[in-house]
Design a protein around this ligand. Structure first.
Ligand code: HEM
Length: 148
């Protein structure tokens, strides 16, 4: 029962985090770039920040908990070549990159966002979205016994 609840919460977090980023890169950013209007992006970010970060925190919390159901021993993860262990490790590496790119966007790019720097922000947003999609694919691979 707890396992099922963790899966549901993990998938809920995934839907919100990835769904929000897809709306950002496919709807909000193209419109903002066409109109050279950084305010649309700032407004979206202000609204999505809390929900998105809560969803990501839920992902990390439930994801780490779920690894215990797969018997993943983090101390031996590099020497125990199970697909689940390697995919879970890949997810953590991807997560670290997502956090670095996200924090850079939030702290360095967003505060000085202008019509000229919308492209720089778009590069950050696309990177986070694509890496998050890779985390989703890796997650599905854990359950289905590998990526291929
Ligand atoms: C943006 C972040 C993440 C996304 C989008 C994501 C997405 C997913 C998805 C879609 C699944 C498939 C669930 C299923 O087959 O029903 C999954 C499974 C899984 N994820 Fe994540 N995940 C993320 C972060 C993490 C993190 C940080 C960890 C920790 C290592 C993690 C560990 C797992 C595990 C162990 C499973 C297998 C669950 C199972 O089938 O029992 N995930 N993830």
């Amino acid at each position: 029962m707890l396992y099922k609840l963790l899966i549901v919460l993990h998938l809920l977090g995934s839907s919100v985090w990835i769904g929000g980023h897809i709306v950002l890169v496919l709807v909000v950013l193209p419109k903002a770039m066409r109109k050279r209007d950084p305010i649309r992006v700032r407004d979206f970010e202000r609204g999505f920040a809390k929900v998105g970060l809560s969803a990501l925190a839920l992902q990390v919390f439930t994801g780490l908990w779920l690894t215990t159901y797969w018997g993943i021993d983090w101390r031996a993860v590099l020497v125990t070549p199970t697909p689940a262990a390697h995919l879970a490790l890949s997810k953590l590496v991807l997560l670290a990159v997502v956090v670095v790119v996200g924090v850079h966007a939030e702290r360095r790019v967003l505060p000085r966002l202008s019509a000229e720097t919308l492209g720089v922000f778009a590069a950050h947003a696309w990177t986070v979205t694509l890496l998050s999609l890779l985390m989703l694919i890796a997650g599905a691979g854990i359950r289905t016994g590998g990526l291929f």
